[in-house]
Design a protein around this ligand. Structure first.
Ligand code: AMP
Length: 426
């Protein structure tokens, strides 16, 4: 089967690596991909949000399945675009319809959905310019800290945790009156702060049945000991030691099952990944957020631990037969460490040569490229998060150690990475 994968980050390199191992995959194309994905298939010059060009490419290259990495094309309706187009309707696209992607694309939608289906989450209210003054009163009576969330997609920056009323009022005004996040903050959600420990839970669903993939914990802060500003993710581990069977069972019963049943009841077609940001408070799970795609860098530990043929799972997803799938996970622990450019998540420079990628590393370590580009025979940095190194071992400590060993041999100007991924479990 000819497969087109959309996206260009570390998540897509991990997806490409896994898809290319499938017995069902004959040709893999990645649009636009990066030099890492080019090792698993053929990169093509396609923007994931340019549906017309994707259509032309699919028709002229006999594409038989499309896998969508990032959220934007899903929120923009790529699944609906294929379903509504006579020439494309027979090509399965792995991902939810635009309506399903609203679980990520609109915080107000996802909160309403959770409330309706009794899914545990933080108490909240929705505000826009029509009930602006009511929001001010609500904020004044709210316990600190107060969480403000832009309703729409804001490149991962739309959540602000305010420690004081002055800050909350100022952010409230900036978001609603001064369009701090543009269209995304025309409406906002004001939410109770939940104090607990977070993990990422991944599900593949055909809209009726689901399979649970390995869970992961990611490390968002740039500095060691979880200090400093938030980033797109500096590393991840899987499995998560505090997510034992009893806890995961609660997540399934209270969150995953009602979510899939809710989608079905709302008649929202959803054939793709669902990533649930869960917070554990005491022994109880609450939803922090839904995402309609896999996480990055979590994919780089989740997929290496998945023993199943991923394309077989995608076929079962598109045919509505996930009830017959059995997930097999590697018993080994996986950890990944992300190497970033100096200055990230603030401003940083690009275009530095990366050395050490072509050395031979131990089998239990994998390098996934994220923000890279090729230039002649060289690979250059091309983003904040440049690459990540995933390793397997018996323990988190050993897995992190193996990734650090590989990173000792990788160089680019300004390389920085956290040496303490998984620190609370060591
Ligand atoms: P979100 O985009 O909703 O995942 O929010 C980004 C991050 O903000 C989450 O990963 C949490 O660390 C934090 N966060 C979001 N909502 C809450 C909340 N209600 N209580 C505590 N932390 C939160």
């Amino acid at each position: 089967m000819n497969i087109l994968l959309l996206g260009s980050g570390g998540r897509e390199h991990a997806l490409a690596w896994k898809i290319s191992q499938s017995r069902l995959c004959s040709k893999l194309f990645i649009g636009p991909g990066n030099p890492g994905t080019a090792l698993c298939g053929t990169n093509v010059d396609l923007l994931p949000t340019d549906f017309e060009s994707i259509k032309k490419f699919c028709l002229s290259n006999k594409i038989e399945m499309v896998v969508v990495g990032p959220e934007e094309p899903l929120v923009n309706g790529i699944v609906d675009f294929f379903a509504e187009n006579e020439e494309l309707e027979s090509i399965p696209v792995i991902g939810p319809t635009a309506k399903g992607a609203q679980l990520e694309g609109s915080k107000a939608f996802s909160k309403k959905f959770m409330k309706k289906y009794n899914i545990p989450t933080a108490a909240y209210r929705e505000f826009d310019l029509t009930n602006y003054e009511e929001g001010i009163t609500y904020l004044k009576d709210h316990a600190l800290p107060i969480v403000l969330k832009a309703d729409g997609l804001a490149a991962g920056k739309g959540v602000i945790i305010c420690q004081s009323y002055v800050e909350a009022m100022a952010e409230y005004e900036l978001m609603l009156q001064h369009n701090k996040f543009g269209e995304a903050s025309r409406k906002i959600v004001v939410e109770e702060f939940l104090n607990g420990i977070e993990l990422s839970v991944f599900v593949l669903t055909d809209g009726k049945h689901y399979v649970l993939l390995p869970e992961a914990k990611d490390y968002k802060r740039v500095g060691e000991g979880d200090k400093g500003p938030n980033t797109g993710g500096m590393g991840a581990v899987s499995p998560v030691p505090f997510a034992d069977h009893v806890f995961i069972h609660k997540v399934e019963e209270r969150i995953i099952k009602p979510t899939v049943e809710g989608l079905l009841k709302e008649q929202i077609p959803y054939k793709g990944f669902l990533f649930i940001g869960v917070i554990k408070i005491g022994d109880e799970p609450f939803v922090i957020e839904y995402n309609c795609r896999m996480g990055d860098p979590e994919t780089e530990v989740v997929l290496p631990r998945l023993k199943n043929d991923l394309v077989e799972l995608f076929v079962a997803t598109s045919e509505g037969k996930l009830n017959s799938a059995r997930i097999q996970m590697d018993e080994l622990v996986a950890s990944t460490i992300v190497a970033v450019s100096r200055g990230y998540p603030g401003s940083y420079e690009k275009g530095y040569e990366i050395k050490g990628l072509d050395r031979t590393y131990p089998d239990q370590s994998l390098i996934f490229q994220a923000g890279t580009k090729s230039d002649g025979g060289k690979i250059l940095t091309n983003g904040g998060r440049v690459l990540c190194v995933t390793s397997f071992a018996e323990t988190i400590y050993e897995a992190v150690d193996k990734s650090r060993d590989v990173l000792e041999h990788i160089e680019f100007d300004g390389i920085y990475y956290r040496r303490d991924i998984g620190f609370e479990f060591l």
